[in-house]
Design a protein around this ligand. Structure first.
Ligand code: FRU
Length: 497
């Protein structure tokens, strides 16, 4: 039933066909790993967040989508919206590959990633049309909507038909924003082994002038930068650039903090670091909301992973929305948005729990697969070398995911080696204990994900895990000495679906 509509039947017919596929396929899913409170597609494949915008009282989140199968195919733009960043409503597919500049075979062509803007009340999407020929062709395209639901492709697409250089490696993922009375577009690019963020400027969104490279890899930051997002954050001319660099494994995401000059379109880099230290965080995008908050969401998967949910008829989650701010030392801070407290159900609190060396302590009522945990370890009088939490533990103790902190190495980690199906591996991040010897961890556990926040917003670590449904145990451990949990708060989180 894939793409039976002929090219003469047009965009809207393809969209209707995509919805039928959803209807048919969403009833057939295996729900074992379905996320309870993270955005995910009704069925089929999802990757990058696209077109994030706060428009007319709604947060809109579009996404790379194949509604027909749980693997990467011809890309559509799925569409969801939310009033509160917590509860999401699925809307009809917004874009389907229908034109010569955005359709092709079945390898992954289509309407690739991009962004959304409010052009004086006109809801406008700017995206990459990707056609896989002998050499992939990538052009920048535009579509508009009057009602925020049905989108019409611009008759004179593509709006940018040529990349600055024929010998490039990628020319995609336009992110557009307005400054003064001009529109600015940053596009992901790669040439001569260097990832680049290149710039265009426009007065009307339709005709664009090339302005050169804003910033590029210093040779250690990948050979193509996917999904750039460049935005002001903090005082003065401070800006942050988020990138998804290709071919610098194991690093999959970076931010570059510095200053951006709108006249020259040059970005001066102060420092670069990882945005998130987990395995499953890619292609983050941000929006600015009506309260002036810069909110980021990323794809909670990674290319090349085993992705066990594909066998269940779906693929892909989005991270929780995180508010970005910048610290005085220029480091990027991310915090889950406070609206998420709306998910909180029954609450268990504990104080002054002693965790003896080499023990695994459980706390009455603290277990499950859909939880928020806030834990403060007091390590002042402790000679422990490692402390932490095991989640999704099996009855017999052979399966679990371990989140821990090594005191001598000042290192936070999530260990998935015994987590269940899917890829193993240990993700790690440098972390200094807070003043007063406290280790503060905040953990969001969903059916097939663990998001960890620490260091007052400095560390985020996002991982997918695929344990057995019945493995819901939680325990707290210490090694090398006793430790003390100063306080623990655990909330059951409700489902948004
Ligand atoms: C990043 C990416 C983008 C591209 C899209 C295709 O994950 O490769 O560069 O536009 O996915 O789905």
């Amino acid at each position: 039933m894939k793409h039976m509509v002929s090219k003469h039947d047009g965009h809207q017919a393809l969209i209707a066909q995509a919805e039928n596929a959803w209807r048919e396929n969403s009833g057939k899913l295996d729900t074992t790993y379905r996320l309870q409170y993270h955005m995910m597609p009704p069925a089929g494949w999802m990757n990058d967040p696209n077109g994030m915008i706060y428009f007319d009282g709604y947060y809109h989140l579009f996404y790379q989508h194949d509604p027909y199968q749980a693997k990467q195919g011809p890309m559509h733009w799925g569409h969801a919206r939310s009033k509160d960043l917590v509860h999401w409503e699925h809307l009809p597919v917004a874009l389907a590959p229908s034109e010569d500049y955005d359709k092709g075979g079945d390898k992954g062509q289509g309407c690739w990633s991009g962004s959304a803007v409010d052009n004086d009340g006109v809801f406008t999407l700017i995206y990459t049309g990707h056609v896989d020929g002998k050499k992939p062709e990538e052009v920048q395209c535009l579509a508009t909507s009057n009602d925020g639901v049905t989108f019409h492709k611009h008759a004179a697409n593509p709006i940018i038909a040529d990349s600055p250089d024929a010998e490039r490696f990628g020319f995609r993922d336009p992110k557009v924003w307005k400054n003064g009375d001009s529109w600015y577009m940053v596009v992901g690019y790669g040439k001569d082994g260097l990832g680049k963020a290149i710039m265009y400027v426009s007065k009307d969104l339709y005709s664009w002038e090339y302005k050169g490279t804003a910033v590029e890899s210093d040779g250690t930051m990948g050979d193509m930068w996917e999904c750039p997002d460049l935005f002001p954050l903090g005082a003065g001319d401070q800006h942050v650039l988020l990138i998804s660099p290709m071919n610098i494994a194991p690093i999959k995401n970076l931010y570059v903090a510095g200053s951006f000059d709108y006249a020259s379109c040059r970005f001066e880099q102060r420092h670069a670091a990882q945005i998130d230290y987990g395995f499953d965080f890619y292609a983050p995008q941000t929006l600015l909301d009506d309260r002036g908050r810069r909110i980021m969401i990323a794809w909670m998967n990674i290319w090349g992973a085993t992705m066990p949910e594909t066998a269940h008829g779906w693929l892909g989650g989005m991270t929780l929305p995180r508010e970005l701010t910048i610290a005085e030392d220029g480091k990027l801070l991310s915090h889950p948005v406070p609206e998420l407290a709306a998910l909180r159900g029954s609450h268990i609190a504990a104080v002054a729990v002693v965790v003896a060396d080499q023990s695994y302590v459980s706390i009455d009522g603290v277990h499950g697969d859909s939880l928020e945990l806030e834990i403060v370890f007091d390590l002042t009088a402790s000679d422990a070398s490692e402390v932490g939490i095991r989640v999704r533990c099996s009855e017999d103790g052979t399966a679990f995911t371990e989140i821990g902190y090594s005191i001598p190495e000042q290192k936070l980690y999530t260990d998935r080696q015994l987590s269940g199906e899917g890829d193993g591996g240990i993700s790690e991040a440098p972390l200094q204990l807070a003043a007063g010897g406290r280790l503060r961890l905040r953990l969001f556990l969903d059916r097939s994900s663990v998001e960890l926040f620490a260091g007052e917003g400095r560390i985020a670590m996002t991982n997918r895990i695929y344990p057995k449904l019945q493995d819901t145990g939680i325990s707290f451990f210490a090694r090398g000495g006793d430790a003390r949990i100063e306080s623990l708060d655990a909330w059951e989180l409700s489902s948004i679906w």
